[in-house]
Design a protein. Structure first.
Ligand code: SD4
Length: 330
């Protein structure tokens, strides 16, 4: 069943697109910005959490060839899912306390379609399974064995996700088994990615192996639409990295998009999102939350509770690693 066929595309953002001739290597279009009603120039751009140069380069390659934002974010984050040296995403991810690697991912497109997989085992590319959930089922989320079964039916191969390195570290951790999930000051690298394509359309993706040595069955924010990721093609998109429980409590990414809808810049919206979380935690010194956001004009922002957070942008202007402001530093 193709759920998309049942959805009516209201096309609020794309309805205003007016093509203009190609300008150099970068195709530019004029679009009516539905927030401000002003005419803005749209240029493709991709942004992602942390310093994922290869992932953003892959997404940029898709955008530069004229590909759409959905393909760009999927293919971009797949680079990190395949990287065994990234122990927070995909193959090589750190396992839960029982030694099982369980993956969370979600994806959202310009029409508000979304798909997610939670606690998925033995599949190297959860983001692609999430996309299949979005496009080929009437559902938004599949979890655990149901998600895994669905993946096999869709032709995904069974893959061992636990690398020797992650296994060694887990066995070491088990010697003390102190469960102190104050991750994401050192233990981070979840990838959230947002892109705008040549039509000015926005999509986003987020994928992670979650908190290292978590309880079996634990799910964070990353596969939860509105928490780890949210896109509204009329406004912009946001995505999160850090301690998922805190992001879920504030429905962080949705909040940031709504703040942009009300007129805040991506930077201001990310700062406000972080401050909401801080407001609910008297002691916020031992965890990290970072948000990045993009608006319809292609303006970007990023903000984090702890110092050391960066986010990468890739656009016609080039590849840039942006150190983000942090609450502690401010
Ligand atoms: C989670 N937000 O599962 C994820 C973890 C993360 O960098 O972002 N790690 O809570």
């Amino acid at each position: 069943m193709k759920r998309r066929n049942f959805l009516k595309n209201t096309g609020t953002a794309t309805a205003g697109l007016i093509s203009v001739p190609l300008l150099g290597a970068c195709e530019k279009k004029k679009a009516v910005n539905t927030i401000t009603n002003s005419i803005e120039t749209i240029r493709p751009i991709v942004i992602c959490t942390w310093d994922f140069m290869n992932a953003s380069a892959k997404a940029w390659e898709v955008l530069q060839k004229g590909g759409n934002a959905l393909d760009a974010v999927e293919q971009g984050v797949m680079v990190e899912e395949a990287d065994v040296n990234n122990q927070t995403v995909g193959v090589g991810g750190r396992p839960d306390r029982d030694g099982n690697v369980t993956l969370d991912a979600c994806i959202m497109d310009k029409d508000g379609n979304c798909g997610a997989v939670l606690c998925l085992e033995n599949i190297a590319h959860p983001i692609s399974v999430a996309r299949k959930v979005m496009e080929d089922t009437p559902h938004v989320m599949l979890t655990g064995t149901g998600a895994e079964q669905f993946a096999y039916e869709q032709g995904f191969e069974k893959t061992n996700l636990l690398t020797e390195q992650s296994k060694k570290e887990w066995l070491e951790w088990k010697k003390t088994s102190r469960y102190e999930p104050i991750i994401n000051i050192e233990n981070h690298d979840t990838i959230g990615m947002l892109a705008i394509d040549k039509n000015g359309d926005i999509s986003g993706a987020c994928t992670t192996s979650g908190m290292a040595y978590k309880m079996a069955g634990r799910v964070g924010d990353s596969p939860i639409i509105g928490a780890g990721l949210f896109v509204d093609n009329e406004v912009g998109g946001a995505t999160a990295t850090g301690v998922g429980e805190e992001v879920v409590r504030t429905v962080g990414s949705f909040l940031i998009v709504e703040l942009m809808r009300q007129g805040k810049s991506p930077q201001e919206a990310c700062e406000e999102g972080v401050k909401r979380i801080i407001g609910k935690n008297s002691d916020h010194t031992d965890f990290q939350i970072g948000f990045i956001a993009i608006n319809k004009k292609g303006e970007t922002g990023g903000y984090c509770i702890q110092p050391g957070f960066t986010y990468r942008t890739y656009s016609q202007a080039g590849h840039k690693n942006n150190p983000s402001d942090s609450y502690i530093n401010s």
